[in-house]
Design a protein around this ligand. Structure first.
Ligand SMILES: C[S@@+](CC[C@H](N)C(=O)[O-])C[C@H]1O[C@@H](n2cnc3c(N)ncnc32)[C@H](O)[C@@H]1O
Length: 188
Protein backbone atom coordinates (compact mmCIF):
# COMPACT_ATOMS: atom_id res chain seq x y z
CA UNK A 1 0.00 0.00 0.00
CA UNK A 2 1.42 3.43 -0.94
CA UNK A 3 1.08 6.32 1.48
CA UNK A 4 -1.85 8.63 0.82
CA UNK A 5 -1.12 12.10 -0.56
CA UNK A 6 -4.46 13.84 -0.28
CA UNK A 7 -6.70 14.85 2.58
CA UNK A 8 -9.35 12.36 1.37
CA UNK A 9 -6.74 9.61 1.16
CA UNK A 10 -5.60 10.26 4.73
CA UNK A 11 -9.24 10.42 5.86
CA UNK A 12 -9.75 6.91 4.49
CA UNK A 13 -6.59 5.69 6.25
CA UNK A 14 -7.68 7.24 9.56
CA UNK A 15 -11.11 5.55 9.40
CA UNK A 16 -9.28 2.23 9.81
CA UNK A 17 -8.56 1.07 13.37
CA UNK A 18 -4.78 1.12 12.75
CA UNK A 19 -2.62 3.26 10.48
CA UNK A 20 0.60 2.26 8.73
CA UNK A 21 2.55 4.86 10.69
CA UNK A 22 1.15 3.90 14.09
CA UNK A 23 4.29 4.37 16.22
CA UNK A 24 2.68 5.90 19.27
CA UNK A 25 5.81 6.14 21.44
CA UNK A 26 6.58 9.77 22.21
CA UNK A 27 10.05 10.41 20.74
CA UNK A 28 12.65 11.73 23.18
CA UNK A 29 13.19 14.62 20.76
CA UNK A 30 9.56 15.67 21.41
CA UNK A 31 9.90 15.11 25.16
CA UNK A 32 12.87 17.49 25.04
CA UNK A 33 10.57 20.29 23.88
CA UNK A 34 8.71 20.07 27.19
CA UNK A 35 11.99 19.82 29.11
CA UNK A 36 13.18 23.04 27.49
CA UNK A 37 10.00 25.15 27.55
CA UNK A 38 8.58 25.54 31.03
CA UNK A 39 5.41 26.84 29.48
CA UNK A 40 4.49 28.30 26.15
CA UNK A 41 2.72 27.51 22.94
CA UNK A 42 3.65 24.61 20.69
CA UNK A 43 2.32 23.80 17.24
CA UNK A 44 2.31 20.30 15.73
CA UNK A 45 2.18 20.18 11.93
CA UNK A 46 0.47 17.09 10.51
CA UNK A 47 -0.56 15.87 13.96
CA UNK A 48 -2.66 12.90 12.83
CA UNK A 49 -4.35 11.45 15.90
CA UNK A 50 -2.64 14.01 18.11
CA UNK A 51 -0.89 11.80 20.65
CA UNK A 52 2.26 13.90 20.76
CA UNK A 53 0.36 17.18 21.17
CA UNK A 54 -1.64 15.50 23.94
CA UNK A 55 1.62 14.51 25.66
CA UNK A 56 2.94 18.09 25.54
CA UNK A 57 -0.37 19.47 26.84
CA UNK A 58 -0.16 17.04 29.75
CA UNK A 59 3.36 18.38 30.38
CA UNK A 60 1.87 21.88 30.78
CA UNK A 61 2.27 23.41 27.33
CA UNK A 62 -0.52 24.94 25.27
CA UNK A 63 -0.42 22.68 22.28
CA UNK A 64 -2.17 23.06 18.97
CA UNK A 65 -2.20 20.22 16.45
CA UNK A 66 -3.16 20.79 12.83
CA UNK A 67 -3.82 18.28 10.08
CA UNK A 68 -5.68 18.41 6.76
CA UNK A 69 -7.56 15.19 7.56
CA UNK A 70 -10.86 16.08 9.29
CA UNK A 71 -11.21 12.42 10.35
CA UNK A 72 -7.87 12.56 12.18
CA UNK A 73 -8.74 15.88 13.82
CA UNK A 74 -12.13 14.57 14.99
CA UNK A 75 -10.47 11.51 16.50
CA UNK A 76 -7.73 13.60 18.15
CA UNK A 77 -10.27 16.03 19.61
CA UNK A 78 -12.48 13.20 20.89
CA UNK A 79 -9.56 11.49 22.62
CA UNK A 80 -8.45 14.54 24.60
CA UNK A 81 -11.96 15.76 25.45
CA UNK A 82 -12.19 16.24 29.22
CA UNK A 83 -8.58 15.08 29.67
CA UNK A 84 -5.95 17.37 28.14
CA UNK A 85 -7.52 20.82 28.47
CA UNK A 86 -4.48 22.51 26.94
CA UNK A 87 -4.53 20.46 23.73
CA UNK A 88 -6.42 21.90 20.85
CA UNK A 89 -6.85 20.43 17.34
CA UNK A 90 -7.90 22.00 14.07
CA UNK A 91 -8.10 21.23 10.38
CA UNK A 92 -5.47 23.15 8.41
CA UNK A 93 -3.28 22.60 5.37
CA UNK A 94 0.41 23.04 6.14
CA UNK A 95 0.98 24.27 2.58
CA UNK A 96 -1.40 27.17 3.17
CA UNK A 97 -1.09 27.62 6.89
CA UNK A 98 -3.67 29.66 8.76
CA UNK A 99 -3.75 28.88 12.43
CA UNK A 100 -4.96 31.12 15.25
CA UNK A 101 -3.19 31.33 18.58
CA UNK A 102 0.31 32.21 17.41
CA UNK A 103 3.00 33.22 17.40
CA UNK A 104 4.24 29.88 18.72
CA UNK A 105 7.36 29.21 20.82
CA UNK A 106 8.13 25.94 19.02
CA UNK A 107 6.75 23.64 16.35
CA UNK A 108 7.30 20.02 15.41
CA UNK A 109 6.41 17.60 12.67
CA UNK A 110 6.67 13.81 12.69
CA UNK A 111 6.27 12.58 9.15
CA UNK A 112 4.21 15.33 7.50
CA UNK A 113 6.81 17.45 5.69
CA UNK A 114 8.17 14.39 3.88
CA UNK A 115 4.71 13.83 2.34
CA UNK A 116 4.88 17.14 0.42
CA UNK A 117 6.05 17.86 -3.13
CA UNK A 118 8.61 20.60 -3.82
CA UNK A 119 6.02 23.35 -4.13
CA UNK A 120 4.29 22.22 -0.95
CA UNK A 121 7.59 22.13 0.95
CA UNK A 122 8.41 25.71 -0.08
CA UNK A 123 4.96 26.89 1.01
CA UNK A 124 5.33 24.97 4.28
CA UNK A 125 8.63 26.72 5.06
CA UNK A 126 7.08 30.17 4.55
CA UNK A 127 3.94 29.25 6.50
CA UNK A 128 5.84 27.80 9.44
CA UNK A 129 8.01 30.92 9.59
CA UNK A 130 4.90 33.12 9.65
CA UNK A 131 3.50 31.51 12.81
CA UNK A 132 6.70 31.05 14.86
CA UNK A 133 8.54 33.56 17.01
CA UNK A 134 12.04 34.57 15.86
CA UNK A 135 14.50 32.13 17.43
CA UNK A 136 11.82 29.43 17.82
CA UNK A 137 12.73 25.83 17.02
CA UNK A 138 11.03 23.78 14.33
CA UNK A 139 11.76 20.06 14.86
CA UNK A 140 11.10 17.78 11.88
CA UNK A 141 11.41 14.03 11.49
CA UNK A 142 11.26 12.59 7.98
CA UNK A 143 12.29 9.51 6.00
CA UNK A 144 15.22 9.82 3.60
CA UNK A 145 13.24 7.95 0.94
CA UNK A 146 10.14 10.01 1.46
CA UNK A 147 6.54 9.18 0.52
CA UNK A 148 6.72 12.21 -1.80
CA UNK A 149 9.14 12.41 -4.71
CA UNK A 150 11.43 14.66 -2.65
CA UNK A 151 14.43 13.16 -0.80
CA UNK A 152 14.53 14.23 2.83
CA UNK A 153 18.09 15.01 3.91
CA UNK A 154 19.68 17.79 5.96
CA UNK A 155 21.16 19.34 2.79
CA UNK A 156 17.87 19.27 0.91
CA UNK A 157 15.99 20.75 3.85
CA UNK A 158 18.59 23.47 4.38
CA UNK A 159 18.01 24.66 0.81
CA UNK A 160 14.21 24.62 1.15
CA UNK A 161 14.15 26.49 4.46
CA UNK A 162 16.78 29.06 3.45
CA UNK A 163 15.65 32.61 4.14
CA UNK A 164 13.14 31.46 6.79
CA UNK A 165 15.06 29.08 9.06
CA UNK A 166 18.63 28.04 9.70
CA UNK A 167 19.51 24.38 10.20
CA UNK A 168 21.01 24.14 13.67
CA UNK A 169 21.41 20.39 14.05
CA UNK A 170 20.54 17.10 12.40
CA UNK A 171 20.69 13.50 13.57
CA UNK A 172 20.18 10.25 11.68
CA UNK A 173 17.35 8.09 12.97
CA UNK A 174 15.90 4.61 12.58
CA UNK A 175 12.40 5.57 13.68
CA UNK A 176 9.89 3.26 12.01
CA UNK A 177 12.96 1.18 11.00
CA UNK A 178 13.55 3.60 8.11
CA UNK A 179 16.65 5.61 7.25
CA UNK A 180 15.49 8.98 8.43
CA UNK A 181 16.57 12.22 10.09
CA UNK A 182 15.69 14.56 12.88
CA UNK A 183 16.27 18.19 11.99
CA UNK A 184 16.29 21.16 14.33
CA UNK A 185 15.68 24.42 12.49
CA UNK A 186 15.72 27.89 14.02
CA UNK A 187 13.32 30.58 12.83
CA UNK A 188 15.35 33.57 11.62
C1 LIG B 1 2.60 9.84 8.30
S1 LIG B 1 1.29 10.73 9.00
C2 LIG B 1 1.97 11.15 10.61
C3 LIG B 1 0.94 11.58 11.61
C4 LIG B 1 1.48 11.88 13.02
N1 LIG B 1 2.43 12.97 12.98
C5 LIG B 1 2.13 10.63 13.60
O1 LIG B 1 3.35 10.55 13.67
O2 LIG B 1 1.38 9.72 14.00
C6 LIG B 1 1.38 12.28 8.11
C7 LIG B 1 0.32 13.25 8.52
O3 LIG B 1 0.47 14.46 7.79
C8 LIG B 1 -0.80 14.92 7.39
N2 LIG B 1 -0.62 15.77 6.21
C9 LIG B 1 -0.07 15.44 5.01
N3 LIG B 1 -0.09 16.49 4.18
C10 LIG B 1 -0.67 17.51 4.86
C11 LIG B 1 -0.98 18.86 4.55
N4 LIG B 1 -0.73 19.38 3.33
N5 LIG B 1 -1.54 19.64 5.52
C12 LIG B 1 -1.82 19.12 6.74
N6 LIG B 1 -1.57 17.85 7.09
C13 LIG B 1 -1.00 17.05 6.17
C14 LIG B 1 -1.61 13.65 7.12
O4 LIG B 1 -2.98 13.82 7.16
C15 LIG B 1 -1.09 12.74 8.23
O5 LIG B 1 -1.86 12.86 9.40
Amino acid sequence: MTAPTTSAGFDAAYRAPLTLWGDIRVPREVKAIADRLADGKVLELGCGLGRFSQYLAERGLDSTGVDFSPVAIDKASARVAGKARRANFMVADVTNLHVPGGPFDAAFDIGCFHCLDAEGQAAYAAGAASVLKPGATLLIWGMETAPSDQPFTPDAAEAIFEGHFRLVRSAPSRRRFARSYWLWLERL
